[in-house]
Design a binder for this molecule. Structure first.
Ligand SMILES: [Zn+2]
Length: 65
């Protein structure tokens, strides 16, 4: 299966990852990443930064030990 960028039409063989802020209801801010077409930088999707979630979880566990 191949995925094509909706803007430039090229087959997506890689993405560039950019940090972005995600704002949720109630004013909470999440560290997120935007997965961009490596050719034209169009955002193909945004998700919560898994490394930020991992670090926050480790900090939370350490605080309770
Ligand atoms: Zn593109």
């Amino acid at each position: 299966m191949t995925t094509k960028c909706p803007k430039c039409g090229e087959v997506v063989t890689g993405v560039s990852v950019k940090e972005v802020r995600g704002c949720a209801l109630g004013g909470r801010v999440w560290q997120c990443v935007s997965l961009n077409c490596s050719r034209c930088e169009t955002s193909l999707g945004v998700q919560i930064d898994p490394l930020a979630i991992k670090a926050a979880l480790v900090d939370e566990i350490r605080a309770k030990i």
